[in-house]
Design a protein around this ligand. Structure first.
Ligand SMILES: [Zn+2]
Length: 200
C-alpha cells in the first residue's frame, strides 16, 4: 500500500537532504505529522532562505552583501583564507586566530557525492585575486583527500590565469582526515602561524 501522495512528497523532500535515506526520511515525515511543533521547520526554512544571501565577494552566507567580514575595515583585506564551507569560517572566527578575510569554496572536489570543479567558487576566487590585488592566499581546505584535490584545483586555476599571488597552505600536523571545523583553537592557531609557502 502506498502512502498518501502529500506524505510521499514530504518523504521525497527529506530524502533530498544529504545523508538521509528512505528509512530516515519516512521517520522524519511521520515525526512531522505527529508533532505539531516540528512544523516550525517549514517557516524556519522559508525565513532562512528569504533572510540570507551569498556575499558576492567571499561567497559566505550572510544577511547582507557584502557580508560583515568583507566590509570590516579592521580586517586585513590583502590576505584571504580559503575554506570549504561557511561552517569553517564560523570555526576559525570562534577561535579568533585569523584577521584577514575569507573565501568560501562551497564544497570540495568529491566524485562520490558529485561535487565537481564547476560547483565550487574557484572562478570567483580567481576574479577576486585579480581585482583586489591580494598579497597572500592561504589554502585552508580540510586535510583529507578531497581537500588536497581541491587545493590543487585552486593552484592550477591560478596558474592558468597567470596570477602571481603568493599561496600558502596550513601547516602539516593537522590530524589526517579531520575537518577544519572541528579543530581546537591552539591547533588552528599553529596551523595558520606555521603555514607553508607553496609559491610566490
Ligand atoms: Zn563576504
Amino acid at each position: 500500500m502506498a502512502y498518501p501522495a502529500p506524505l510521499e512528497r514530504l518523504i521525497a523532500a527529506f530524502e533530498r537532504f544529504p545523508g538521509v535515506g528512505r528509512r530516515t526520511a519516512e521517520r522524519l515525515a511521520f515525526h512531522v505529522l505527529r508533532d505539531p511543533s516540528a512544523r516550525d521547520l517549514a517557516r524556519a526554512i522559508d525565513e532562512a532562505a528569504a533572510g540570507t544571501r551569498r556575499c558576492r565577494s567571499c561567497f559566505n552566507v550572510a544577511e547582507r552583501d557584502p557580508c560583515a567580514l568583507c566590509s570590516d575595515p579592521e580586517r586585513d583585506g590583502a590576505r584571504v583564507l580559503v575554506v570549504e564551507e561557511p561552517r569553517d569560517v564560523e570555526a576559525v572566527e570562534r577561535a579568533g586566530v585569523w584577521r584577514g578575510r575569507y573565501h568560501v569554496l562551497l564544497g570540495a572536489l568529491n566524485p562520490s557525492d558529485g561535487t565537481e570543479a564547476r560547483h565550487l567558487t574557484v572562478g570567483g576566487l580567481v576574479e577576486r585575486v585579480r581585482r583586489q590585488r591580494l598579497s597572500e592566499v592561504v589554502l585552508g581546505t580540510d586535510p583529507d583527500a578531497e581537500g588536497e584535490a581541491t587545493s590543487l584545483l585552486v593552484l592550477e586555476a591560478f596558474d592558468s590565469a597567470g596570477l602571481k599571488v603568493r599561496v600558502s597552505r596550513l601547516a602539516r600536523g593537522l590530524p589526517a582526515g579531520s575537518a577544519i571545523e572541528y579543530l581546537h583553537k591552539g591547533v588552528l592557531e599553529d596551523a595558520l602561524a606555521g603555514r607553508i609557502s607553496l609559491r610566490g
